[in-house]
Unconditional design. Sequence first.
Length: 583
Amino acid sequence: MLNRDAAPDKYSIPLLPDDILLQIFGYFLPDSHEKDVPASEHFSKTLKEDRQVLINVRLACRTFNEVATPLLFRKLSVSLSENSVHRFQSLLAGNALIRDSLRGVEFNLRFHSRLLAADIRSFHRGQAGPLLSSASRLEAQKRAQSLASKEAHILSGDAESTHVEPDNNAADNVDEDNEMKYWPDSDGDDDYNQHTSILIEGYQSYVAKHVEELRIIQNQSFARTVATALSGCTTPISFWFNDGKALWNRREMGALKLAHDMDLIRSCISAPKGWGKIESLQGSDAEEDLLMPARLLADIPIACHEAGVRIKTLHVCCFPLVYGFQSLVPSHARGKENKEQANPWTRLATACRELIDFDFNASNCMPVRHQRLPEKDYTIMIGYISAACSSAQLQFCKLSFRVYGINDGKSTWWSGDRTQAPRTETYYLGAPILNSLVSKDLRSLTIMYVEVDGATLLNALAGLHASQLQFLYLCSIVLTQGRWLDITNQLHDLLCSRPDNGKKPRISMSSLRGMEFGAAVAFEERDPWFSGDAEEWDRFFEKLETHQHPALQKDVEEWITKDRGQEPNPLALMWETQVERGG
């Protein structure tokens, strides 16, 4: 018997009366599970009883639907296409339960680049060539192995032939420097006509999708349709922006699958690409609107705000890395005569005024960068992020700028010359963004991979309150001016000021550099990935831990986070020692 006294969970299915449950599940039992009953009793059910059972089943299904919908439709995904955004709108317009249950939308902004749609040769070189070449080579390899296996079987006379393992890495060995090598070879290639047909069909499909994406972005119909669909939501909405995942991954699916599955080739050949790949194909002579979906990072929040949608969360996981920053400018601020060009981010700041959670982590791919961002690109990037995180209600903020530091693609262990001086890390200049943090309600703050002066960092940490702070993480921060002594003293005072019954916030520090903590020297120990045993891995991780958490930094972190009574700051002792030695 069911326990009626037990308190149901928040999302548990409501308990129904036992007789109703028996009727519902008894109704669905197949005939083989029914008890043997006289025929007269079996057929004596009245139409009224059957209808009552159906009513009970409908009520139960409705209850299950009301319980499951808030769990299944808390977040919906939308890709950059007319069909996807219209399905999204129809789903919310046609089902009030889904609309009331929705808490967030994930936008996949992979797109079809103008660079590859320009002509079929560019398309073949950047999109179709590697796929068709891989398929042709792997298919030819398979035929050669099959022939070799038959010859070995005939010569040996054995019942079992020698099996030759296929080279699953053959697709990695394509010479991308020779453009004409991508075209299928008609000599001896039975798949030439099929691959040519796939190439032409793929190019036509790619161009059509590019034209569609360009139209719905430029006329703002994509952003407006999203805003219209969300205008009926009564709760704040979260947004996640990313550039998705490739349709075909050689490591996950295996290269041979591409050689035998022509439908997969057709799908992959016209598939969109991520932002980083488009930037790498374009190179330094990038066009002004290289990453055309980038403006949606601002257009969608602005359109939703104007439609009455409250925005709660903004997670930005796709962002220009090297060339496409001009594409970020919102649609309303484009044009030579536009008065809003002077400050194109005012509307975005207004749209994000109720933002509670902002997460900026552009990419995990570290591009080669020999110098800092140009001033024009740097200004655009600062404008967008500062507007997004300027909410006075912000409670959770994560800022990671790892991919925007200088990276020449070289290291001392790679060249083998360990006599060179250690390479110095150069990070993103983060002072303008930290100055935009005005919220006094921050509960979680993460700052990673920036160069900043002491006054700016002190000002950013001054908005933290011990009664609200739960988590603070400072990672890979280079102090260009000031003293870490003042900053760590402020953090110590922050913890000491918390209420007696308040929960102690977690403060963590890693790879702090500059001033008292010394120069920002890069960690260049080569990991023993190919040849290392367990002991070598232990030594590697020990060196990494020492690099990220030097002894002095550990002492300071413990002094901040642990109750040490009236013990002085270890950095203060270091300063006193230096003064004495100087005297």
